[in-house]
Design a binder for this molecule. Structure first.
Ligand SMILES: *Cc1c(COP(=O)(O)O)cnc(C)c1O
Length: 464
């Protein structure tokens, strides 16, 4: 075990953290009493905390560390770029080599017809760009009434006012005056929780057809775009039935509605292809990117847009941009990340080794008494915890109670597995090996066993 010597004692760090640091998506008062876990270093798929615990990070940070931790090449590139040109903007008819190289590389990797990148500092910013971009696009085409963007409940598109409005997280909408006007939310294709007696096929089709109903109701002349994650991530790794996406594509084509694929999680190898749109067989007009673009080593995001949209927007001035759009250090780091993904054959490793092995092991958890469904696409998976598999029942306790207990058992067993309500989700670094997958599954099973025992003790194994 590595001795950690380069920081204050854990208790002191926790006290300072509690006194001054406001954590995102956290009840800070509660955390202050408990003390945050201090992560000090990481390598490959393993985090080390200030007490020397070695934790398997089955979430790749926040779905982003696709190439794994500890790649010195990215640190070297960042240091070199900082020495040469740490910053310059791209607003006033200027540019620089890292942003040019990155834009060209992304255009090469993206599906045909998507050849233009507008950079942002994050996925939230990129989706804010998308809101303005699609509305401005239709206005430029003489159809300014097309301003409504259709999204889905339980979607996650970021946490700024714009992107949080696009998202369908009700807990977020309750705070701070969201959603903004002209965002419309459809039901999500979550078969396990919401389908009743319908087959997966029929349910997928029905949920997709809600898009057509909404367009007809709102008016084709009012709807600018539909946005969705190819596979919902933060909503609980909800894999849509196979009938869903083809129907969505048909409807977008029929009514000339722009299709925005939010690839912030699904992009850059997560589903076994460069983009989740390829895995789902769809042709978006815009793709949102962030997270895996730099494997989280530097903050960067963007929108990849079609040739047609770029031409329309480019005919005039788009009054929009961020100080850090195309930041040279972030761009250089992202480029090095893409080089590693490509030259080291990481996507091939996903397709031929890691994803098939993980799928087999993940689905083996179905024999556990708590696990009702196990879904997985590439390197993102979920299991639904249930007190009754046959009826796909939810727990009688408040949603998330059981998931939280399971998550705490995982942490105690040195595994980062997240819970969304009572679903458990994983999204490990793409470079994870079969041996490490064995460890992941063993710790998950141990945690599920301990969770089950606790539910029995606390008398929580009841159906809603
Ligand atoms: C994380 C995420 C975002 C927001 O990205 P940030 O970099 O956190 O702003 C947007 N869309 C999806 C699908 C995400 O998972």
């Amino acid at each position: 075990m590595t001795a950690i010597t380069n920081h204050l004692p854990t208790a002191e760090l926790q006290a300072l953290d509690a006194a001054h640091h406001m954590h995102p998506f956290t009840a800070n008062g509660e955390l202050a009493e408990k003390g945050a876990r201090v992560i000090t270093r990481a390598n490959g798929v393993t985090l080390t905390d200030s007490e020397g615990n070695q934790i398997l990070d089955a979430m790749a940070g926040l779905w982003c560390v696709n190439i794994g931790y500890g790649r010195a090449e990215l640190a070297d590139v960042a240091a070199r770029q900082m020495r040469e040109l740490p910053y310059y903007n791209t607003f006033f008819q200027t540019t620089h080599a890292p942003v040019i190289a990155l834009a060209a590389k992304i255009a090469e990797l993206a599906p045909d017809g998507l050849n233009h990148v507008f950079f942002a500092g994050s996925g939230s910013e990129a989706n804010d760009t998308n809101i303005r971009l699609v509305r401005h696009y239709w206005a430029e085409k003489g159809q300014p009434s097309k301003s409504i963007i259709i999204s889905r409940k339980n979607a996650y598109h970021g946490s700024s006012v714009g992107s949080g409005s696009l998202g369908g997280m009700s807990a977020m909408h309750e705070q701070g005056g969201m959603p903004i006007p002209d965002i419309h939310h459809l039901n999500q294709p979550n078969w396990w929780a919401e389908a009743g007696d319908m087959s997966e096929e029929a349910f997928g089709l029905a949920r997709a057809q809600e898009l057509e109903e909404a367009i007809l109701e709102l008016g084709e002349d009012r709807v600018a775009a539909f946005i969705a994650e190819p596979v919902q991530g933060a909503g609980g790794v909800i894999v849509p039935p196979h009938t869903y996406w083809p129907e969505i594509q048909r409807i977008c084509d029929k009514y000339s509605i722009l299709l925005i694929a939010d690839e912030v999680i699904c992009g850059f190898g997560r589903t076994g292809n460069w983009f989740g749109s390829q895995t789902m067989g769809i042709c978006p007009d815009i793709m949102t990117i962030a997270k895996g673009l730099s494997s989280g080593y530097a903050p960067i995001g963007g929108s990849i847009v079609s040739d047609e949209i770029a031409a329309v927007i480019g005919a005039g001035e788009f009054n929009h941009g961020y100080t850090y759009s195309g930041h040279p250090v972030a761009a250089a780091v992202a480029l090095e990340n893409l080089r590693i993904l490509e030259e080291e054959g990481v996507l091939t490793h996903v397709r031929e080794v890691a994803a098939p092995y993980l799928k087999e092991k993940w689905e083996s958890l179905l024999d556990h008494p708590l696990v009702g469904e196990a879904k997985i696409v590439g390197m993102m998976g979920s299991i639904a915890l249930t007190p009754n598999k046959a009826t796909r029942a939810a727990f009688a306790s408040e949603t998330g109670t059981v998931g939280y207990i399971c998550r705490e058992r995982c942490f105690a067993n040195n595994l980062v597995m997240r819970h969304v309500g009572d679903r458990m989700i994983i999204s490990p670094p793409l470079i994870i090996t079969p041996d490490e997958i064995d460890t992941l599954i063993a710790r998950a099973r141990q945690s599920l066993d301990e969770c089950y025992e606790l539910l029995q003790q606390k008398d929580l194994l009841h159906s809603a």
